[in-house]
Design a protein around this ligand. Sequence first.
Ligand SMILES: *[C@@H]1O[C@H](CO)[C@@H](O)[C@H](O)[C@H]1NC(C)=O
Ligand SMILES: *[C@@H]1O[C@H](CO)[C@@H](O)[C@H](O)[C@H]1NC(C)=O
Length: 135
Amino acid sequence: MSRYNSYVVILLLAMALSESSVVLGEYHVHIVNGLGNNNILNVHCQSKDNDLGWHALAKGEDFHWSFNMNFFKSTLFFCFMQWKEVKGSFKVFSNDMGLNTVCPGSVCTYRADENGLSFYNNSSKTYELLYEWEK
Ligand SMILES: *[C@@H]1O[C@H](CO)[C@@H](O)[C@H](O)[C@H]1NC(C)=O
Ligand SMILES: *[C@@H]1O[C@H](CO)[C@@H](O)[C@H](O)[C@H]1NC(C)=O
């Protein structure tokens, strides 16, 4: 291999590695109870391999966990949520969600309120509704 070719191969390798480090690596998911009237939010999140159990969140409380995206980028977390007679089952982490938007800087910040589940859009600095509660 010529010196030029080895240089190109090394450059491509470095690009591939830095590209994958964007998606692989550690992620943090936060679920915040943004409901009014002191409503308790019950949350049960799980992936194929991890069952995080039920958590009862008081107003403003933040349930959060960290994990590494698996090598195949197939890590997927679902959360079941319920308050009063209202419930929903929402995908909160998956490579097909547009993680750069939903999880900027590898942090996914969700807030549940009367409308449903919103994510924090770091560009607009506002919460944007992603899922509505089941009707
Ligand atoms: C969030 O947006 C600001 C600009 O509004 C930017 O400087 C910052 O790097 C962003 N944070 C992440 C984690 O992407
Ligand atoms: C996030 O906010 C930016 C700036 O307001 C907007 O252009 C973009 O569409 C928003 N993203 C989503 C997924 O809502």
